[in-house]
Design a protein around this ligand. Structure first.
Ligand code: FPP
Length: 242
């Protein structure tokens, strides 16, 4: 089956899972798995731009990942800085804009400055918005929005009666992103793991058994073809949407 280029999901989100298991399978350490995960990230970004996907959101580091061994955390942080540095020219050539979601305050200074610099340099690009979720948790996103909103209520900037889905959305880290159309998770796990809770309300879920470093262009095509064969009803009946 071929991709239907007239029905490309606008927003794809990816939980890149299985780096550790991929490395273990070939007798290497977890860090080697993450290094190879980066190569798959690169392929995914370039293919997404080629397919005219407008929004690609990647889960690079969750609010829960701080519980991992220190060495692994510092490797992931180093890889993020390395990818940003190495991919800046690709992002400029392919007209890709970088955004971040998550609480950046807790990140090492060099990671913060590298993210800010890349966001700034790519801010005029408008073909693909690549959002990196880093120190991101879906529950934390929502509770942070609560904090911001309650502060406004306290200061009489917003009346509680006015609070609706749009206002809540506008206080999330993800406020500028459209709803997710397709959520992909690799490595056979079938969980959301606290990713993008608000924006996946009507996402199509796709679980692949491939471990993240092996995820290639063909795997992305398979996920999109699966998406294109689903009937998205958004609460309506099948007859209503035909
Ligand atoms: C999941 O595999 C992978 C991660 C938690 C980290 C992924 C991050 C990168 C590859 C860096 C990406 C950089 C950018 C800028 C997007 P796992 O360690 O949970 O694997 P396992 O479940 O097999 O142990």
């Amino acid at each position: 089956m071929e991709i239907d280029h007239k029905n490309i999901p606008k927003h794809i989100a990816v939980i890149m899972d299985g780096n550790g298991r991929w490395a273990k399978k070939i007798g290497k350490n977890r860090l080697f798995g993450h290094q190879n995960g980066v190569k798959a990230v690169r392929k995914l970004i370039e293919e997404s731009a080629r397919l005219n996907i407008s929004y690609l959101t990647l889960f690079a580091f969750s609010t829960e990942n701080w519980d991992r061994p220190k060495k692994e955390i510092s490797t992931i942080m180093k890889l993020i800085v390395l990818v940003l540095k190495k991919e800046l020219s690709t992002m400029m050539e392919n007209n890709i804009k970088l955004e971040t979601i998550g609480d950046l305050k807790k990140l090492p200074e060099n990671v913060k400055s590298s993210l800010k610099e890349t966001v700034n340099k790519t801010k005029k690009n408008n073909r693909l918005t690549l959002t990196i979720a880093i120190n991101y948790g879906g529950k934390e996103d929502i509770s942070n929005a609560f904090k911001l909103l309650l502060e406004k209520v306290k200061n009489n900037i917003i009346s509680p009666k006015k609070i609706d889905e749009l206002i809540i959305n506008n206080h999330l880290y993800t406020r500028n992103l459209p709803d997710v159309d397709l959520l992909i998770r690799t490595s056979g796990e079938q969980r959301i793991s606290n990713f993008l809770l608000w924006k996946i309300a009507y996402a199509e879920l796709y679980f692949s058994n491939v471990l993240w470093p092996d995820f290639n262009e063909k795997c992305l095509h398979d996920a999109i073809i699966s998406y294109q064969n689903r009937e998205r009803r958004f609460g309506k009946t099948s007859e209503q949407i035909k």
